[in-house]
Design a protein around this ligand. Structure first.
Ligand SMILES: CC(C)(COP(=O)(O)OP(=O)(O)OC[C@H]1O[C@@H](n2cnc3c(N)ncnc32)[C@H](O)[C@@H]1OP(=O)(O)O)[C@@H](O)C(=O)NCCC(=O)NCCS
Length: 298
C-alpha cells in the first residue's frame, strides 16, 4: 500500500463492524499487534453483542483501522485501537475515537481508554480528541521464586470464594471500598478496569474460580482478590482488596505459576508490590505504566 500524505482521508469510512469485516480486522490486529495481541480475544464468538461493538475504518472493504467499544457500566471502554502502519498520521485513529465517543454520549456514559504512557502517538490521539488523562496503573511482575510472602504473612489463609459467600463479599467491599464505581472498586483484566460491584460480575468470577477471599480470626471476610490465569502460565492479579500476603501465598501454594503479574493503581500499591519483590515489567524499551484517558462526565 502507498503511504499517503494528506491530513485526512475522506474515502475511508468509519462503520460499525459486521461479520463480513471479521477476518480483515483479525488480519489487521495480527499484523499490528502480533498473535498475542490481547484484543484478538475479543474477536471470538459472539462477534457483536450489546456490550461489545467494534468500529472499523474501511477502505475498499478492507479494514485499515479498528477500535472497540466495551460497555461495562457505568463506562464505555475504548479498546484495541489499531491503525495499519501504511495509513497512520491521517487522523484515522482520531476519527475512530470520536465515533466511539459519540456512541458513549448517546448512551450517556463517559468513555475511558487505557494507554501506555510511553505510547506517544496514542497519547496524542486521545489528547487531540479532547480526552483528559487520569492517573492510571502500573503492571508489575515477579518470578515465582522471588516472591517471599512469608515475611508479611500473619497466618491468615486465602482460598477460592464459593457462591453462597457472594453477599458477604459484596458487603465487605462496600464497607471498605465504598466509592461506587470509583477506581477503588475496579479490577484489571485485559487492560481495562472492570467494576466488581455488580452481582453478575461476582457470580462470573466465582464460577470461573478466580475470586479469592481471606478470613480474619473470627471467620469474617478480611480481603478479596481477583486473579486471571493467563495462557502463558502467568497468573495475573487483577486486584487485591486487603492484605496481599495470604493471596500471594495461596497462589504460590496452589498454582505455582512461573510468573506473577499485578495490576497496581497508585504509588502506595506499587510500594507494597515492591516489598514482595515485584518489578515494573517492560516489553522492550516501554515501561508498563498506563494512563487512563476519560471523556464525558460520570
Ligand atoms: C496509535 C495509533 C492507533 C495512531 O493511529 P493514527 O491513525 O496514526 O492516529 P492519528 O493520525 O489520529 O494521530 C496520530 C498523532 O500522533 C502523532 N505522532 C505520530 N508519531 C508520533 C511520535 N513518535 N511522537 C509523538 N507524536 C506522534 C501524529 O503527529 C498525530 O498527531 P497530530 O495529528 O496532532 O499531528 C497507531 O499508531 C497504532 O495503531 N499504533 C499501534 C497500536 C497502538 O499503539 N494502539 C494504541 C493502543 S491505546
Amino acid at each position: 500500500m502507498m503511504r499517503r500524505t494528506v491530513a485526512s482521508t475522506p474515502d475511508i469510512q468509519i462503520l460499525v463492524a459486521t461479520n463480513e469485516h471479521r477476518d480483515s480486522i483479525r488480519g489487521l490486529c495480527l499484523f499490528v499487534g502480533g498473535p498475542r495481541d490481547h484484543v484478538l480475544l475479543f474477536f471470538q464468538q459472539p462477534f457483536l453483542s450489546e456490550d461489545f461493538v467494534p468500529f472499523v475504518a474501511v477502505r475498499d472493504s478492507v479494514a485499515v483501522g479498528v477500535a472497540c467499544a466495551l460497555v461495562l457500566e457505568p463506562y464505555v471502554w475504548l479498546m484495541g485501537l489499531r491503525v495499519h502502519p501504511d495509513w497512520r498520521n491521517q487522523k484515522i485513529a482520531q476519527r475512530l475515537v470520536e465515533r466511539i465517543t459519540q456512541f458513549a454520549t448517546m448512551r450517556r456514559q463517559p468513555v475511558k481508554a487505557v494507554v501506555l504512557a510511553a505510547n506517544a502517538p496514542a497519547v496524542r490521539v486521545f489528547t487531540n480528541a479532547g480526552f483528559a488523562a487520569q492517573s492510571g496503573f502500573t503492571l508489575m511482575e515477579a518470578t515465582i521464586g522471588a516472591v517471599r510472602p512469608s515475611h508479611f504473612w500473619d497466618r491468615t489463609v486465602a482460598r477460592e470464594a464459593i457462591a453462597p459467600e457472594r453477599a458477604e463479599i459484596a458487603s465487605f467491599l462496600s464497607a471498605h471500598y465504598p466509592l461506587a464505581f470509583d477506581h477503588a472498586n475496579l479490577f484489571g483484566e485485559n487492560f481495562v478496569w472492570r467494576p466488581i460491584s455488580s452481582n453478575d460480575e461476582l457470580e462470573r468470577l466465582i464460577a470461573s474460580r478466580r475470586l479469592l477471599i481471606s478470613h480474619d480470626g473470627l471467620g469474617a471476610v478480611s480481603g478479596v482478590a481477583v486473579v486471571n490465569n493467563e495462557p502463558d502460565r502467568t497468573v495475573e492479579i487483577g486486584r487485591i482488596w486487603g492484605e496481599p500476603a495470604p493471596f500471594l501465598w495461596h497462589i504460590i501454594e496452589t498454582t505455582a505459576p512461573p510468573r506473577l503479574r499485578w495490576y497496581l493503581s497508585g504509588e502506595a500499591e506499587e510500594d507494597q508490590a515492591r516489598q514482595f519483590r515485584f518489578q515494573i515489567s517492560s516489553t522492550g524499551p516501554s515501561e508498563r505504566r498506563y494512563l487512563i484517558f476519560t471523556k464525558g462526565s460520570a
